[in-house]
Design a protein around this ligand. Sequence first.
Ligand code: AMP
Length: 220
Amino acid sequence: MNELNLILLGPPGAGKGTQGARLRDDLGLPYLATGDLLREHRARETPLGVQAAGYMAAGRLVPDELVIALLLGEISERGKRGFLLDGFPRTPGQADALGAALLSESRELSAAVLVDVPDDALLERTTGRRQCPDGHLYHVVFDRPARAGVCDVDGKVLVQRDDDHAEIVRERLRVYHDCTAPLVDYYRARGLLLRVDGLRPADAVYASLREALAVPELAL
Ligand code: AMP
């Protein structure tokens, strides 16, 4: 297989966004993050954005049929020659739909990479997260910008996502364990799971991620 079709799996706050941005830059893969796409729809007040807003604010999952249509549309527009997915699939139904859509085009997944972080570290990581409107990510303790509250890259003001407040994060973690964690076994059973320990500095996580992906059949 010469195209690379990757999934990033892991709980909220595991560092998928940070690692995904580096993989996107290094491998030149289209980076499709359903959370970012939904936030764009919400900001533009499209019908999908309006439908999704309530679920997102509560930390619940947007219904499968909406997210599947969104993501498969993005893959056929931007991911025809490979992709990196962040935040999708989040349920076995979404995973089945993705697998079926790829199969119908004689394509397949290359790997599902689990960025593994235990729950007790996730609350601090998530509630301390800040980002600029263009998606550059920081943390108030672990990854501070040079000037407090301002993006190093483009000078824009950093904000906290409205679903990164503690009580919403707790709900997102509950939803992760109920709905998304079963995908770890789902992809392990299909021989596609790669696990990296996400509880280390971002550079170290990235080094093991690249190492994990460099298995011969992926031919990076
Ligand atoms: P994220 O940025 O990945 O943490 O996603 C933010 C929010 O968008 C989630 O809490 C969900 O409400 C919604 N969302 C993102 N991706 C999905 C998905 N694959 N399925 C259902 N809801 C999603």
